[in-house]
Design a binder for this molecule. Structure first.
Ligand SMILES: Cc1cc2nc3c(=O)[nH]c(=O)nc-3n(C[C@H](O)[C@H](O)[C@H](O)COP(=O)(O)OP(=O)(O)OC[C@H]3O[C@@H](n4cnc5c(N)ncnc54)[C@H](O)[C@@H]3O)c2cc1C
Length: 432
């Protein structure tokens, strides 16, 4: 024990918890909660861009808890999973049982608890975010009591705890709705941005998973689509995106002052890019390796606003910010009914902007967030945004129900930090 330094994946959030505790079982975990004073934050893989896990007090990781798939029922297509395990470890263990997650985001190194706590999503209007697949959740409350929430008992808690940013208690395990394991055919290619935008809604209808990236100062988009197949695997595993991103950075460094030349070169490179395809296990095809550190803002927009917002964002970057070189990502996710799900009430199109980890993120807030806000967007809970309780209350019909339940379960504010207190409209006093 003693003060330890902690930082998130991008290096933007830093903290010095008094203790970083890694209990090996439930008894040890409840001893930490009951035996500590002050505030508690949980951390998964630290891949959130906001200070959700930052604390000076006690930081808890569940990465040493035993097991991955704790039990499964292939007929019901459900599996009870260790919440502190990574999605990658869980995908491998599920595959050994002939099962798989229905969908995944861009990467799979997040923990199950961490990914679900912020509404982590992939793409495809037929797929909800991962949190919506939680059928049952076991939670350790501030009172020291373990509670189980499912459709038959503590139903309100299930709706609240699916996406709660670790502010209700510690999620220990979750029973997820899964499916039999499957293969995906992954295809990626570049095509004119104009055609990509014009065909996007149809591509979402026609393919299991469809997403695209567009580049500032370029008239082409990079498209990725996945379709289910029973054909034999080929093509190996995915490469990391490191080289391509470093080339984009070099081009920005050398030609940022000359947008027309930068555009001409980017268009030439995009036209020469060779299409790629491969077939493999669902989780190997869906998840990428991201070695280049960046910061990110992503908003989830009503479907009729998403593509217009994206074009507005591209235009403002090209008008105002020659330093931006990271691709902008566009995906679609189905609706669900978790109280704080950004997809509560219907499907949304997500638009994400990124900045190299050493570059400024002020343009996210100055130029991009106002566009997302004007068009009815809701922020990704794990990515940068500036919203506080007053704005969030307007965006979430069940916001007050959530905050009332939170105060009831954690009257001492033990599962709060300054960031969370701002989100829920609470003040940090000396209660904890
Ligand atoms: C390179 C990269 C790619 C990404 N790709 C995607 C993507 O494709 N789609 C997407 O939606 N998001 C994506 N994200 C965002 C990421 O999925 C979320 O921020 C996610 O929450 C990170 O999971 P984590 O395990 O790192 O959790 P952390 O960031 O460590 O924690 C997230 C939240 O979970 C809480 N928490 C952790 N463990 C527990 C627990 N046991 N009980 C209760 N609460 C807990 C924490 O307190 C915190 O509030 C990406 C992030 C990065 C850096």
């Amino acid at each position: 024990m003693g003060d330890v330094s902690w930082q998130n994946w991008s290096g933007h959030v830093r903290a010095t918890p008094h203790a970083h505790v890694r209990p090996v079982d439930r008894d040890a975990l409840s001893t930490v909660v009951a035996g500590s004073t002050g505030r508690i934050r949980m951390v998964g893989s630290g891949h959130s861009f906001t200070p959700l896990a930052a604390t000076d007090d006690t930081l808890i990781s569940l990465d040493r808890m035993e097991g991955t798939v704790l039990s499964c029922d292939a007929d019901a297509a459900t599996a009870r999973l260790q919440a502190g395990a990574s999605l990658n470890a869980l995908s491998r263990a599920l595959q050994d049982q002939g099962l798989a997650f229905k969908n995944l985001g861009d990467i799979d190194v997040q923990t199950l608890a961490g990914a679900t706590a912020t509404g982590t999503h992939g793409t495809g209007p037929g797929f909800s975010c991962l949190s919506a697949e939680m059928m049952e959740i076991t939670l350790l409350l501030a009172s020291g009591e373990f509670v189980v929430a499912n459709a038959a008992q503590n139903t309100d808690l299930l709706h609240a705890a699916r996406i709660a940013l670790g502010s209700l208690g510690v999620i220990v395990d979750a029973t997820m709705s899964v499916r039999e394991s499957y293969r995906l055919h992954r295809r990626s290619f570049t095509q004119p941005l104009r055609d990509t935008l014009a065909g996007a809604m149809e591509s979402w209808r026609a393919h299991r998973n469809f997403e695209f990236f567009c580049l500032p100062y370029c008239d082409h988009a990079f498209v990725i689509m996945h379709d289910e197949t029973q054909a034999e695997p080929f093509g190996g595993k995915q490469d990391s995106d490191s080289n391509a991103l470093m080339q984009l950075k070099q081009l920005r460094d050398l030609l940022g002052w000359a947008p027309p030349l930068r555009r001409a070169i980017l268009n030439l490179v995009a036209r020469r890019e060779k299409p790629q395809e491969m077939i493999g296990s669902s989780w190997e095809m869906l998840a990428n390796v991201r070695n280049n550190r960046f910061n990110e803002m992503e908003y989830h927009l009503p479907v009729d606003q998403g593509l217009d917002a994206l074009q507005e964002v591209l235009a403002v970057i090209e008008r105002q910010r020659r330093d931006v070189f990271f691709p902008i990502e566009c995906r679609q996710t189905a609706g669900d009914d978790a109280w704080l799900s950004p997809f509560n009430g219907g499907p949304r199109i997500s638009v994400a902007v990124h900045a190299w980890h050493e570059d400024s993120v002020d343009w996210f807030f100055d130029h991009v967030e106002p566009i997302f806000r004007r068009r009815g967007g809701r922020p990704h809970w794990g990515k940068m945004h500036s919203l506080q309780a007053a704005e969030l209350r307007e965006l979430y019909p069940d916001f007050e129900r959530f905050t009332a339940l939170r105060r009831e379960l954690d009257p001492g504010g033990r599962f709060l930090n300054a960031h969370l207190a701002g989100l829920w409209g609470e003040t940090l006093d000396d209660r904890a």
